[in-house]
Design a protein around this ligand. Structure first.
Ligand code: ZN
Length: 199
């Protein structure tokens, strides 16, 4: 039988495993956003934005090294904040923008929105602790009042269960479907007409 401290740790671990949107779904937001922004549609920039949108969950490494969930650097802590998004985006953005021939500010702002979207999506999930979106100015863990997205398991094996299916269906309905609709509208509205041939 687990001791008090050990039991709390197990409970914390269970809560942690129920406290993410799956990393497969976070890229939906930057991809939809890019549909509205023709000038950022460069393959390398889109790949980077998709990967960086899932990056905040690298805090899982810290968790398994013993960092408490509720700590400033615990799960959904500093890596899920707006400040983290700004710092990472403005370090990588200028370099990546140069490679993709996209302006430094444009590339950085797009990456910033992509990373920041992670915390906002997690605030729509129905489990775990909230998100330290305003760290380091506030340690408060925040959720939206509307939280329709089922939280995803951390373990890969759990994805091959009814729980994993529920999560994927929930994310398809509340994340991928709205992103697909918004992205389609963006592609139509930003479509460039071919120039008229000379008379
Ligand atoms: Zn997260």
């Amino acid at each position: 039988m687990a001791s008090g401290v050990e039991g709390a740790r197990i409970e914390e671990g269970l809560a942690y495993r129920r406290s993410m949107a799956s990393c497969f779904s976070h890229p939906a937001v930057p991809l939809a956003l890019a549909c509205w922004l023709p000038k950022v549609r460069r393959r390398a920039l889109l790949v980077a934005a998709a990967l960086l949108s899932a990056m905040p969950d690298l805090d899982a490494i810290g968790y398994f090294q013993g960092v408490p969930y509720e700590a400033w650097n615990g799960h959904r802590g500093c890596t899920h904040s707006l400040v983290f998004a700004v710092v990472v985006a403005f370090v990588i953005g200028p370099w990546l923008g140069r490679r993709c021939e996209v302006g430094a500010m444009r590339a950085s702002l797009f990456l910033c929105a992509s990373i920041a979207s992670h915390g906002l999506v997690d605030m729509l999930t129905d489990g775990g602790l909230g998100v330290a979106l305003l760290w380091p100015f506030s340690q408060e863990r925040l959720f939206f009042s509307f939280r329709p997205i089922a939280v995803a398991p951390l373990g890969v094996s759990a994805f091959f269960s009814s729980w994993g299916v529920d999560v994927l269906l929930s994310e398809a309905l509340w994340l991928w479907l709205p992103a697909a609709i918004a992205g389609s509208v963006g592609l139509v509205l930003t479509r460039q007409r071919p120039p008229k041939p000379p008379a």
